[in-house]
Design a protein around this ligand. Structure first.
Ligand SMILES: Cc1cc2nc3c(=O)[nH]c(=O)nc-3n(C[C@H](O)[C@H](O)[C@H](O)COP(=O)(O)OP(=O)(O)OC[C@H]3O[C@@H](n4cnc5c(N)ncnc54)[C@H](O)[C@@H]3O)c2cc1C
Length: 384
């Protein structure tokens, strides 16, 4: 019997894991040594890093999606539908009322957005395609004098996305000769940008905002919407109320219920696999991507980012391929990599080892902007 690997989720981690498995196991046309089943509720796979470009009209909706069926070759099959149940002991997954059994599971189900906490009636949730698009529609005809970006709660995926959104809006307003009239504000409960990185990186991002006259409000915990204003807690007894103007916000993130129901989450509410192998407490059941919560040397939660979901997919796919061929797993995962913060025509690339508090550096320039564009194109070309 061919081994069967159940890949849960057809987003960045799931697609990359399926493709890597297919390559590492030696699947090729006509010779498929393993079955790789990808379970996904949507017909299309979203490349979420492009949402900030959608907000400012640098992308159209149809440029940031691909049909998931395009990954169906070399042993990969897509099973469309909602995953209703995971049994990690039996290694079964139920979708559309049908249960499939596998030898291995890789779960990459991302985060769920808790919309019951969405009290911001006038704002745009730019962590969705509809929200990023509706923000752009309002931005195009905007005649007001204030735009706000709000990080509504922690943790949130993509640690630079709110900063990137603010910088891209700055760039959009400058290109359209409207910057003089508009204030840009960024509110966040974090004490500084990217608190898991070293202090030079955080200071560098603060300096970038100062250079662009973006008003930065750290340690501002969103409490509630009050008429058309937002109330924040800024200290144990202190509150602050602001009129946001045109508002884009990040939603509250939680782990998908199907993972908690399967007993895969811990007290943190997230999955905490073995940090080196990403195997959960259940044999041959792995988890990758945004649903993981692990801490680094500074005791700060490690960032949830597509770049790490991809590295994790590579490690897990490689180790599963070794196990299938009777060899011992020999790769481990480290939170090492690069993250690009785009400001329009130039960008800042932050690279290093994020588990070690001090070990990162940044490079700036127009080339970094093009590097981010090329990463997006490469994602689609390599996978679809
Ligand atoms: C605005 C924004 C900007 C970003 N910018 C960057 C960036 O510049 N660089 C970077 O590295 N990362 C960036 N990211 C983060 C990156 O998109 C995520 O870290 C990455 O997508 C995580 O991959 P994942 O596989 O864990 O989750 P996802 O890509 O979210 O995939 C999860 C998939 O699982 C599916 N799913 C969930 N539950 C079920 C179910 N019950 N049944 C069936 N299917 C289900 C979902 O539909 C989804 O397709 C950004 C994110 C956002 C929102």
């Amino acid at each position: 019997m061919k081994p069967t690997i159940l890949v849960l989720g057809g987003g960045i981690g799931g697609v990359h894991a399926a493709k890597q498995l297919s390559r590492e196991i030696g699947n090729e046309d006509g010779i498929n040594l393993a079955r790789i089943l990808v379970f996904e509720r949507k017909k299309q796979s979203l490349y979420a890093p492009s949402l900030t470009w959608l907000m400012v009209g640098k992308r159209e909706q149809n440029e940031i999606y691909k049909e998931l069926s395009k990954i169906e070759y070399n042993g990969i099959e897509v099973i469309e539908g909602e995953i209703e149940k995971i049994d990690p002991k039996a290694k079964t997954v139920t979708s559309n009322g049908k249960t499939c059994e596998g030898d291995y599971i890789i779960a990459s189900l991302g985060v769920s957005q808790n919309n019951s906490a969405n009290l911001i009636s006038e704002g745009h949730n730019f962590y969705t395609v509809d929200g990023a698009e509706s923000f752009h529609n309002e931005l195009r005809s905007f005649t007001g004098n204030r735009i706000s970006i709000l990080v509504s709660s922690l943790p949130y995926k993509s640690p630079v996305a709110p900063y990137e959104a603010a910088m891209l809006i700055d760039n959009y307003l400058r290109e359209n000769d409207k910057r003089q009239e508009v204030e840009i504000h960024l509110y966040t409960p974090e004490v500084k940008p990217m608190p898991f990185a070293n202090s030079e990186i955080s200071s560098h991002v603060v300096k970038l905002m100062q250079e662009k006259d973006i008003y930065y409000h750290p340690s501002h915990q969103f409490v509630k919407e009050k008429q058309d204003k937002i109330e924040f807690r800024t200290g144990s007894d202190d509150t602050f109320t602001a009129n946001p103007g045109l508002l884009a916000y990040t939603p509250e993130h939680i782990a998908p219920a199907v993972l908690s129901e399967a007993g895969l989450t811990e007290d943190s509410g997230w999955v905490e696999p073995n940090p080196d192998t990403l195997e959960t407490k259940f044999d041959n059941v792995y988890v990758i991507g945004d649903v993981i919560e692990l801490s680094g040397e500074k005791n700060q939660p490690m960032p949830k980012a597509g770049i790490f979901a991809q590295h994790q997919a590579e490690v897990v796919a490689h180790n599963i391929a070794r196990k299938i061929s009777g060899k011992s797993p020999d790769r481990t995962f480290k939170y090492k990599g690069s993250y690009i913060l785009d400001s329009g025509n130039r960008a800042d690339k932050i690279s290093g080892d994020f588990e070690k508090g001090g070990n990162q550096s940044s490079k700036s320039g127009a080339l970094r902007h093009w590097e981010k564009v090329i990463s997006e194109k490469a994602w689609f070309l390599n996978n679809f």
